[in-house]
Ligand binder design. Structure first.
Ligand code: SF4
Length: 490
């Protein structure tokens, strides 16, 4: 009798769109597929299964997602691909719609059901105990063992996967913040998923650098944003899980870790931790061989003295703060349901710069929010002149169904929005140019990333003041005393 050989493992190609948070979801899904026996390829034309992990934050992101799905669908008709899977935020929002309008799509996987990628790819999951993303620690509370500060009267939930929610989140839920009733096809329950250090991850970033998602979801009421409806209530990963993952990454050669979440500054509040992010940074900064540690997406009124002190105290915590402010006019910020304004923000920036001298500041703004007047725009312009950010992004307001702002009157014409954006970007360019001139003649520590994509005559690197992907890069044209460089060298 001839023995049948087992079927060859399927080859899976992944296209990850959107932000680093989505990229980590892709890495988790690739890790799960890899562990289940699939071969992950970077070449879509080689893949038998294609996965598009989508973004649906704003209009242009949705369009890019749909275009990519259609492009990948062509591989099914004329190429090797036999299966097309759509994952991510677009699925949370248009689950049924995608299947109905793009028949080439074989399966959909939402942000809250990452393990479903195995079934969608036709792979059996390893035994439940091995594949569970929730590793339950037993015995004494892990937060107590680690000597973490908890809030009085609130027992820490760290050490179990049972997350309590934040009171703000509960209140917002009662107010209907997370409702998706009007979204056609978004029938799935709000996501509650969180990966942990036992979940396999397939790193796609350069060898020396990696993201860690420390929390998921968001409880803030920002009226332009649908992320809470897509990603669910705010929930933190266990403290020890993040620390364990950071150790694993450093052992694999990672030298720079960037902590991400929709709002990293709320980290640990649902676990009962006081100053959770500061405590987490303090623990991670002690990992030998971790050269750079940073976090993105800080919420302005949550930048505490303790957090700043922690950044200042550790040499390996990058002197870098990403503080998306969204606007500076108090009227606009009030309608955005964020509050504060230029005056308060300037005080915050003074506090930050005094506590951490030389810190690089990044922010982003939305222009053209409904009802934004020429005067509001002038307030924002004046604020940018005074604040002198190192890095700044300006985004056009995108009218998102399901967001609070969608029902507001006084929407602005596209050309007004565009011209306000152009004006602000031009202003920042001159501020940036002047600021960069002060770098001439300075010696800086660089993390080498590899040969430039543009020419083999240059290498690319970053300083601690450049976050990966968003803040530009440094070109190296002379290795100085070094004979050669290798990626990851500091
Ligand atoms: S804090 Fe960020 S993710 Fe949360 S609602 Fe506001 S803009 Fe959206």
């Amino acid at each position: 009798m001839t023995k049948l050989s087992p079927p060859a493992p399927p080859t899976v190609g992944f296209i990850s769109l959107g932000c680093p948070k989505n990229l980590v979801d892709s890495e988790v899904m690739m890790g799960l597929l890899d562990r289940a026996g699939a071969r992950v390829t970077a070449h879509s034309e080689e893949a038998e299964i294609l996965v598009v992990n989508t973004c649906s934050f704003i209009d242009t992101a949705k369009q890019e997602s749909v275009d990519t799905i259609l492009e990948m669908a062509r591989h099914k008709t004329s190429g090797r691909a036999k299966k097309l899977i759509v994952a991510g935020c677009l699925v949370e929002r248009y689950r049924d719609e995608i299947r109905k309008s793009i028949p080439e799509v074989d399966a959909v996987v939402g942000t809250g059901e990452l393990e479903a990628i195995l079934e969608a790819a036709g792979l059996a999951a390893p035994p439940a105990a091995a594949v569970s993303p929730f590793n339950i620690l037993t015995g004494q509370s892990a937060a107590t063992q680690a000597g973490l500060e908890t809030r009085p009267g609130q027992e820490s939930q760290a050490g179990t996967h049972k997350h309590t929610s934040r009171s703000e989140g509960d209140l917002r839920e009662q107010q209907g913040r997370f409702r998706r009733d009007d979204w056609q096809g978004a029938t799935h329950l709000l996501p509650t998923y969180l990966y942990d250090e036992t979940t396999p991850r397939f790193l796609t970033t350069p060898k020396s650098s990696a993201y860690i998602k420390i929390a998921e979801g968001c409880d803030h009421p920002c009226s332009f944003c649908v992320i809470p409806n897509l990603r669910g209530k705010f929930r933190s990963r266990r403290f020890e899980s993040v620390v364990a993952e950071a150790h694993q990454l450093v052992a694999r050669g990672v030298r720079e870790i960037t902590l991400i979440g929709q709002d990293t500054t709320c980290y640990g509040e649902d676990l009962g931790l006081k100053d959770g992010l500061a405590q987490l940074l303090d623990a991670l900064a002690r990992i030998p061989d971790l050269r750079w540690l940073r976090f993105l997406y800080a919420y302005p009124n949550r930048v505490t003295a303790k957090l700043l002190d922690t950044i200042a105290r550790h040499d390996n915590i990058c002197k870098y703060l990403d503080l998306p402010l969204q606007h500076a006019s108090p009227d606009v910020l009030k309608r955005m349901k964020r509050g504060a304004g230029a005056e308060i923000f300037l005080k915050t920036l003074d506090k930050v710069r005094a506590a951490v001298p030389g810190i690089a500041l990044r922010t982003s703004f939305i222009v053209g929010f409904p009802g934004e007047t020429a005067e509001d725009s002038a307030i924002l312009e004046g604020f940018i002149k005074e604040a002198k950010f190192d890095w700044l992004g300006v985004f056009n307001y995108s009218d998102e169904e399901g967001s609070g702002a969608f029902s507001l009157d006084a929407k602005l014409p596209k050309r007004t929005i565009e011209s306000r954006k152009r004006r602000l970007m031009k202003l920042q360019q001159s501020i940036s140019k002047r600021a960069k001139q002060q770098w001439v003649g300075r010696e800086l520590v660089l993390l080498a990333e590899g040969e430039s994509e543009e020419t083999p005559l240059l290498w690319e690197a970053r300083t601690q003041f450049h976050a990966p992907e968003i803040d530009g890069k440094v070109y190296i044209n002379d290795f100085g005393d070094l004979e050669s460089l290798e990626p990851g060298r500091v």
